[in-house]
Design a protein around this ligand. Structure first.
Ligand code: ITT
Length: 195
């Protein structure tokens, strides 16, 4: 069976393949289908976007498709940037721009608690979709540290650690991250379908 992972984010693809042991599947990604246009992520929740990505790519490729949508939810900002995490500083903002904006918004806030959340959707080619989610709770520090990972990793220290996600090795991040937790749940829930 072929499984498409619906992302063009190479970091994410690496993390998903490191966690999920797809031994009996031929794994493809959005990179293998350059002709398929990007899915417009205009849902109001991570759940809506993950389901939309999975069902649209499954319909376009005719293959079972796994999609994830993730976001950083900051308590003092009422859950922002949340579903808007990728474009927090504007449609063409970089990861660095997003981090600068996050630090500015939190400048006068005492509560720095936050969580990364991932929703994973699995769709068959007919559009029947299932969802699971996972999270990783931590705090936003005052200045970025570390060079690993991507996105908000330099600003996020997971509970129980003193290093940021960008300072921790990818092995550690892949063990404790929101995506890892969601993928473990996906593995439990869907192992008969996918392994
Ligand atoms: P695809 O839609 O192609 O899968 P994306 O980069 O847009 O890739 P998401 O929509 O899942 O990824 O995530 C939205 C943003 O949330 C992403 O651009 C990052 O800024 C942030 N993010 C997600 N997972 C993260 C992680 O593990 N570490 C740091 N930031 C993360």
């Amino acid at each position: 069976m072929k499984l498409v992972i619906a992302t063009r984010n190479a970091h994410k693809l690496e993390e998903i393949q490191a966690i999920f042991d797809f031994t009996n599947l031929e794994v493809l990604s959005a990179f293998d289908f350059p002709e398929i246009p990007d899915v417009i992520e205009d849902g109001e929740t991570l759940e809506e976007n993950a389901a939309k990505k999975a069902t649209e790519i499954a319909a376009a490729t005719g293959c079972w498709t796994l999609a994830d949508d993730s976001g950083l939810e900051v308590d003092a900002l009422d859950g922002a940037p949340g579903v808007y995490s990728a474009r927090y500083a504007g449609e063409h903002g970089s990861y660095a721009d997003n981090n600068v904006k996050l630090l500015r918004e939190l400048a006068d806030k005492e509560d720095r608690s936050a969580r990364f959340r991932t929703v994973i959707a699995l769709s068959d080619p007919e559009g029947n979709v299932k969802l699971v989610s996972g999270e990783c709770v931590g705090v936003i520090i005052e200045e970025g540290r570390g060079a690993n990972g991507f996105g908000y990793d330099p600003l996020f220290v997971p509970n129980g650690y003193s290093e940021t996600f960008a300072e921790l090795s990818s092995e550690v991040k892949n063990r404790i991250s929101h995506r890892a937790n969601a993928l473990r749940k996906a593995h439990e829930a869907w192992s008969e379908l996918l392994c």
